[in-house]
Design a binder for this molecule. Structure first.
Ligand SMILES: *[C@@H]1O[C@H](CO)[C@@H](O)[C@H](O)[C@H]1NC(C)=O
Ligand SMILES: *[C@@H]1O[C@H](CO)[C@@H](O)[C@H](O)[C@H]1NC(C)=O
Ligand SMILES: *[C@@H]1O[C@H](CO)[C@@H](O)[C@H](O)[C@H]1NC(C)=O
Ligand SMILES: *[C@@H]1O[C@H](CO)[C@@H](O)[C@H](O)[C@H]1NC(C)=O
Ligand SMILES: *[C@@H]1O[C@H](CO)[C@@H](O)[C@H](O)[C@H]1NC(C)=O
Ligand SMILES: *[C@@H]1O[C@H](CO)[C@@H](O)[C@H](O)[C@H]1NC(C)=O
Ligand SMILES: *[C@@H]1O[C@H](CO)[C@@H](O)[C@H](O)[C@H]1NC(C)=O
Length: 580
């Protein structure tokens, strides 16, 4: 019911029906009444931050922020931002349902460590192929995973975060698998067989279900575990205060500066400096991390080499032989997605990414092929540093015109001869960044509204890494404004090429898990895919491209992956005329 209603509304052109309404304040009273004294503690602590000097305050110098009361997912920030319209509320419900994660069974106390999932005691088995002796290209492979705890007893509930890939190192081949949670401690990993030869199954436990439950708690109860600061200056006076998208409810006597963006309605608040006025804010920067976040017991669920990203072994063989079909036939065949079967968005073969579903990728190996392709184009890139990687890759071919001599941007590259303009700008707050001038801190939706668009305009964005620590609503709201702006852009400038890059896997340890775990990114990634489904845009599946690849996970994927991503977008910027 919800699904049908959602799809009717938000996909297939229905996007245009999303309108901004000013219907708000209905629940303001309720939220006000929910305020508790715990919040006062938080504020008192934040206040002392003001005394800290800019640039001189190390992260450890920040006093601990007290935990906020458990916000219900759908109420985070509602008291400080516009109420969603009925359509937006429907979409929120749909998205929250789409990313719902299995709950741990109710029990009086948290499971002791020895009863939590242990990848070393868990095993997977490759299931025999149905009705045949051999595996063939085009078949689907299934591996069954049984999760066990540290004592070797089988787990009886689901919710572990597992990822799977099938790969052939000799062939430079790899594909992301799909993991299905049977909710009883067993999981199926599904893989399409896309190439001939030996293929090896790799299944990794990213987090135990018990660890995911802790991350969920952090996301809802400690939404400001990453916080920011701003520098205010006027004449010889300067002050620094803490900033977050939403300060807790009810802060009597505590003046705030409201930097809510008038155009998008994106909320952003800083504590008001003692002496200076709100309009003297000149810089934004990363503030710090709240600490501690884990109890001692919880910390044991996040141990590198024990229960964070540890490979699960096979009970029998971990590889199969896939019978080769004629090599030339394989190389040129386009594998068509089949209903009833899991179809990934692409796979690596001989180190190059091949998307499935009809679009082939050309290799842009020499500089002239790249400048030819981009000839006459204006490329606008927006987002975090994972977007800047594309800019940096391409600026090896287009002269970079960086007056700022800073990585923060905005960055610009110009090729007069081929009439190419490429620029990059970081997205608006929240952004964990070195001190950046607030005048350069702009919302992507507003920037997109300033573009005319058209067939020679390419708009690219990648926004995820700085949203992982916030309740998912913060991300949904941001994507909604960007989507609205892109819909307007496509109306204004038809045939503008819009390219969206999804989240990717990162290297994780106990500390980074708290605010940047792949589990948070997974949720963001699902939201992104769902929200942009109906939009005419090219989707670069960084999630699968980093999972399927052999290189270790890194928030900034290594050059071979970046090249594959850029070749993919160039193939869409200048499609092969002969073929189409
Ligand atoms: C940092 O603090 C030290 C002493 O606490 C002071 O001597 C120094 O000038 C400060 N540096 C800046 C950049 O404010
Ligand atoms: C902040 O400003 C926005 C836009 O003017 C407004 O809608 C919002 O209510 C303000 N927030 C607070 C807490 O006053
Ligand atoms: C499992 O852990 C609990 C609590 O730490 C402990 O009391 C119990 O003895 C352990 N069981 C085994 C079999 O090690
Ligand atoms: C778990 O569920 C799957 C799918 O329903 C089933 O095939 C399997 O036998 C179950 N495993 C156990 C141990 O109950
Ligand atoms: C700051 O400027 C004011 C007015 O220009 C001056 O009176 C004051 O002494 C200055 N303070 C410092 C610390 O330099
Ligand atoms: C795959 O084939 C090779 C030789 O062709 C053989 O040695 C190997 O045992 C086979 N592996 C499996 C898992 O069947
Ligand atoms: C396969 O593609 C390559 C390059 O795209 C081409 O040279 C070759 O002739 C094709 N082979 C067949 C059998 O179509």
């Amino acid at each position: 019911m919800l699904k049908a209603k959602y799809e009717a509304l938000f996909n297939h052109g229905g996007l245009k029906r999303i309108i901004i309404s000013r219907n708000r304040a209905k629940y303001a009273l309720i939220f006000f009444l929910l305020a508790t004294s715990g919040l006062m503690f938080l504020l008192r602590n934040i206040l002392t931050l003001e005394k800290l000097r800019w640039r001189n305050s190390s992260h450890t110098a920040f006093p601990q922020m007290r935990s906020a009361p458990p916000y219900q997912a759908h109420t985070f920030c509602s008291h400080m931002s516009r109420e969603p319209t009925p359509d937006e509320a429907l979409e929120d419900r749909y998205l929250l349902k789409a990313i719902a994660w299995p709950k741990l069974p109710a029990r009086p106390a948290p499971a002791p460590l020895n009863q939590t999932s242990d990848p070393v005691h868990s095993l997977f088995t490759i299931l025999p192929s149905k009705g045949q002796k051999e595996w063939h290209v085009g078949d689907q492979l299934e591996a069954l995973v049984q999760m066990n705890d540290f004592q070797g007893s089988p787990k009886r509930y689901g919710g572990d975060f597992l990822v799977a890939r099938l790969h052939s190192p000799d062939l430079g081949a790899g594909v992301a698998g799909k993991v299905v949670d049977h909710l009883n401690g067993s999981y199926s990993a599904l893989f399409p067989l896309l190439w001939g030869g030996s293929a090896q199954v790799q299944i990794t436990m990213v987090h135990s279900s018990e660890a995911v439950a802790v991350l969920q708690r952090l996301r809802e109860e400690r939404p400001n575990r990453v916080f920011f600061k701003s520098l205010f200056r006027s004449g010889n006076l300067s002050e620094t205060t803490t900033c977050i998208p939403c300060l807790p409810l009810n802060y009597p006597q505590q003046p705030l500066c409201n930097y809510t963006n008038l155009h998008t309605g994106e909320p952003w608040y800083c504590l008001k400096p003692k002496l200076l006025s709100c309009d003297t804010r000149i810089k934004h920067a990363m503030g710090g991390y709240e600490n501690p976040l884990f109890t001692n017991k919880e910390a044991r669920l996040f141990q590198s080499r024990v229960n964070i990203k540890v490979v699960i072994h096979a009970s029998g063989p971990d590889r199969i032989n896939v019978s080769k079909i004629d090599e030339t036939e394989l190389e040129n065949s386009t594998i068509k997605p089949e209903p009833d079967k899991y179809t990934p968005s692409g796979y690596y073969y001989k180190g190059t990414w091949r998307p499935l579903g009809g679009t082939s990728v050309r290799q842009f190996n020499d500089p002239s092929s790249i400048t030819q392709c981009l000839s006459g184009k204006v490329i606008h890139m927006y987002g975090d540093s994972t977007m800047r990687q594309w800019y940096e890759y391409l600026s090896a071919f287009i002269p970079d015109f960086n007056l700022h001599r800073s990585k923060l941007g905005p960055l610009m590259a110009v090729d007069f001869k081929h009439n190419i303009l490429m620029n990059y700008r970081c997205h608006g707050p929240p952004i964990r960044i070195f001190p950046v001038s607030t005048s350069e801190l702009r919302y992507v939706a507003n920037e997109v509204d300033g573009l005319a668009g058209g067939p020679d305009t390419v708009v690219v964005f990648s926004i995820w890494a700085h949203f992982t620590s916030f309740p998912i609503e913060v991300y949904i709201r941001r994507m909604r404004h960007i989507r609205q702006a892109l819909v307007r852009l496509l109306d204004r400038g038809p045939r503008t090429l819009v390219i969206i890059r999804s989240a990717n896997f990162v290297a994780m340890d106990q500390t980074t898990s708290k605010h940047s775990s792949d589990w948070f990114s997974l949720q963001i990634d699902k939201v992104l895919r769902t929200m942009f489904k109906g939009l005419a845009a090219v989707f670069v599946d960084a999630w699968e491209m980093t999972l399927a690849h052999h290189s270790p996970h890194n928030i900034h994927p290594p050059p071979p992956i970046i090249k594959n991503m850029v070749d993919l977008i160039l193939s869409r910027v200048c499609p092969d005329k002969k073929k189409s």
